[in-house]
Design a protein around this ligand. Structure first.
Ligand code: TMP
Length: 207
């Protein structure tokens, strides 16, 4: 049985989720919680190597290869880092998790949704976050925010792709209202942070 708490952040590229993720990790540490944080893909020795392949513009990957690499990266992270930390009663905060694969590879790329759900469960031993914060922004806003490398990636995949990913996320969130809290990320960092903080304060019963 896991005794810790598992919190994840989700959202399309350049939604501002990583900024909010970092804020939350600092906030929880300051409050005295025992926190560990990871990013996906990555967060573990082998997973970081897989990340390099996945994010290298020069890698020519089939959609299936891409899917398996994201899953392989996650399995490493789950078994070597997340499960042990949860067993140690830590709060684990993760920048992306299985919902990313559903949103990007299933809704975005069009791979089979049921199959991906199954593979997600298989590669994580059915580990589910206790709380997921979905930072939602329209694709136009994310394109405006994206810089350099991220902009290349966004433009290469195209606006329609990101609209499908965003739509996918919102569908997943509607199905799992209790776990997934949608935060409007259109405002500035501070405005968004206040919303994130209030959700986590309520969840962890922080006064
Ligand atoms: P990042 O920009 O949040 O570090 O994420 C890296 C990229 O990987 C981002 O474009 C989303 C993508 N991704 C997937 O397509 N599927 C996944 O399962 C994960 C974890 C990330």
């Amino acid at each position: 049985m896991n005794k810790g708490i598992f919190i994840t952040f989700e959202g399309i590229d350049a939604s501002g989720k990583t900024t909010q993720f970092k804020r939350l990790v600092n906030y929880l540490k300051k409050k005295g919680f025992d926190v560990v944080s990871f990013r996906e893909p990555g967060g573990e020795e082998v997973s970081e190597k897989i990340r390099k392949i996945l994010l290298d513009n020069k890698s020519s990957l089939t959609l299936e290869t891409e899917l398996f690499l994201y899953l392989a990266s996650r399995t490493q992270l789950v078994f070597h880092k997340i499960i042990p930390a949860l067993k140690d009663k830590k709060i684990v905060v993760c920048d992306r998790f299985s919902d990313s694969t559903l949103a990007y590879q299933a809704y975005g790329r069009g791979l089979n949704l049921k199959l991906i759900r199954m593979l997600n469960n298989f590669s994580t031993k059915n580990l589910r976050p206790d709380l997921t914060i979905l930072i939602d922004v329209p694709v136009k806003v994310s394109l405006k925010r994206a810089k350099n490398k991220k902009k290349d990636r966004l433009e290469r995949s195209g606006t329609l792709f990101y609209q499908r990913v965003r739509g996918g996320y919102l569908k997943i969130a509607r199905k799992e209202k209790k776990r997934i809290k949608v935060v409007d990320g259109k405002g500035g960092i501070e405005v968004t942070w206040r919303k994130v903080k209030s959700i986590v304060d309520e969840f962890l019963k922080i006064e």
